[in-house]
Design a protein around this ligand. Structure first.
Ligand SMILES: Cc1cc2nc3c(=O)[nH]c(=O)nc-3n(C[C@H](O)[C@H](O)[C@H](O)COP(=O)(O)OP(=O)(O)OC[C@H]3O[C@@H](n4cnc5c(N)ncnc54)[C@H](O)[C@@H]3O)c2cc1C
Length: 414
């Protein structure tokens, strides 16, 4: 077994963001993924890079909303009733994470992780590819309600805690920003420090190309079991082969639990399934991405066209997609831009890897030497993936962590 060799399971944004710094530090690195680069959630997300977003998903008052989640199969957040018994322990933790004292601590940890996201993307991609894929012109949140909603007030307080800039936009500003936007939209907020990517899959595949060009190896195999070896190190048993290394990183997104459960490592990881509708040749191309807070979805201008994405469906890894959820994103988009026309449409569903506290699980597993974790980025993996990869690679290389890693440690669940 080559002593410095590292095997990384998963070629999404999390796995490749870990693989590249290790390779650049001189390690032999093998990435294993049956779907290849960007075959999971990293393919179809909304592409928002939200370095200045400090608001977790679980917020106070969630318990009140549970009946609604179960009643409307096309609502913005739905729990499939047949999956409810399996999801209940995770949902209970999720609701608990929404307590205000937790929300503040989570917000601080989001800030510490996400603030350098643009720098990390630049370091990973290099200046030329960074400018090809990444736009840092801001994001605009919009509401129908003319006054500040309680949710928006809470978000304002969290932004103030971190001195994050935001600019209020009135109805007239919004018409200027987004010609053709519906009259119902009356309030907006520009977050200038945020941005977006024009093609999440191409950007992640570019990471893979850079990795391979530097001598990294990507194997199209599925890890079936992680087997600790006598004398240290791991054997990864895949569907076709056995691979050995001193160190293994689990970066399998929403599927990561399947590899850890047999080792007795219990992590509350659920999937919040999300959908997108990709519209080619749209007649409306907003100049900045929009987060429609009253409708719970995002609209991002991308090189392929306009991506309308969002919604949360708690239904596990096995249930078939409910394509109506993607289709109805078009009706919702028409509430925003009533006159929009478009060409071909693509429906997509993906698996957000979500912990109850909106924070990923990063770093070593103390009970299993040589095993490292880098998953659980939920709604924020395109933002948090590159900083997480840097931190996990740093831990393997023995670097002193630049931030307190406790909020992301496995031990918080134990
Ligand atoms: C609709 C939607 C919108 C989103 N919008 C945004 C956004 O705007 N901004 C943002 O920051 N984030 C967003 N996200 C979240 C983001 O996409 C994810 O957090 C991120 O892509 C997770 O990356 P990952 O590498 O952990 O997982 P993935 O990209 O899912 O990659 C995991 C990989 O592991 C592989 N794998 C699984 N099991 C095994 C195994 N046994 N052996 C080997 N490999 C395995 C899979 O094949 C897969 O390729 C969104 C997600 C969704 C679904």
């Amino acid at each position: 077994m080559e002593p410095g060799r590292v095997i990384i399971l998963g070629a999404g944004v999390a796995g490749l963001s870990t693989a590249l710094p290790l390779l650049r530090a001189g390690r032999a690195v093998v990435v294993i993924d049956p779907l290849g680069p960007a075959g999971g959630a990293s393919f179809g997300n909304t592409g928002l890079l939200s370095a200045d977003t400090v608001v977790p998903i679980a917020l106070p008052g969630m318990l009140r909303k549970v009946p609604r989640w179960l009643a409307d199969p096309l609502g913005p957040l739905v729990v499939r009733p047949t999956y409810l018994p399996r999801a209940t322990p995770w949902l209970a933790r999720w609701i608990r994470a929404g307590r205000m004292d937790h929300v503040r601590a989570i917000s601080d940890a989001m800030r510490a992780l996400h603030a350098p996201a643009f720098d990390d993307w630049r370091n990973l991609l290099g200046a030329t590819s960074y400018s090809e894929f990444i736009r840092r012109g801001g994001q605009v949140q919009i509401w129908d309600e003319p006054g500040e909603t309680p949710g928006a007030a809470l978000e304002r307080a969290l932004r103030a805690r971190h001195a994050i800039k935001a600019e209020l936009l009135g109805a007239d500003d919004l018409r200027q920003f987004f010609p053709g936007i519906a009259r119902r939209v009356s309030r907006g907020l520009l977050i200038p420090g945020n941005g977006h990517m024009i093609s999440p899959p191409r950007a992640v595949r570019r990471l893979a190309e850079l990795f391979q060009a530097g001598g990294g190896i990507i194997l199209p195999e599925r890890a079936m079991k992680l087997i600790p070896q006598e004398g240290g190190g791991w054997m990864v048993m895949t569907n076709t082969d056995n691979h050995r290394a001193r160190q293994v990183v689990v970066a399998g997104g929403a599927w990561s639990r399947l590899l850890l459960d047999p080792l007795g490592i219990r992590i509350p990881l659920e999937t919040e399934r999300g959908y997108h509708l990709m519209l080619a040749e749209p007649s409306v191309v907003p100049r900045l991405p929009i987060l429609y807070k009253s409708g719970n979805f995002g609209v991002t201008p991308m090189e392929e066209g306009l991506r309308v994405a969002g919604t949360v469906e708690i239904a596990g890894l096995d249930a078939a997609p409910d394509e109506r959820r993607a289709q109805q994103l078009l009706n919702q988009l028409r509430c925003l831009f009533p006159d929009i026309q478009a060409g071909a449409q693509r429906l997509w569903m993906g698996f957000r890897p979500s912990t109850p506290d909106s924070l990923p699980v990063l770093g070593p597993v103390p009970s299993h030497p040589g095993l490292h974790l880098c998953f659980g980025h939920g709604h924020f993996g395109m933002t948090g993936g590159p900083p997480s990869g840097r931190l996990v690679a740093g831990a393997i290389l023995g670097d002193r962590p630049p931030i307190d890693m406790a909020p992301y440690a496995l031990s918080r669940f134990q």
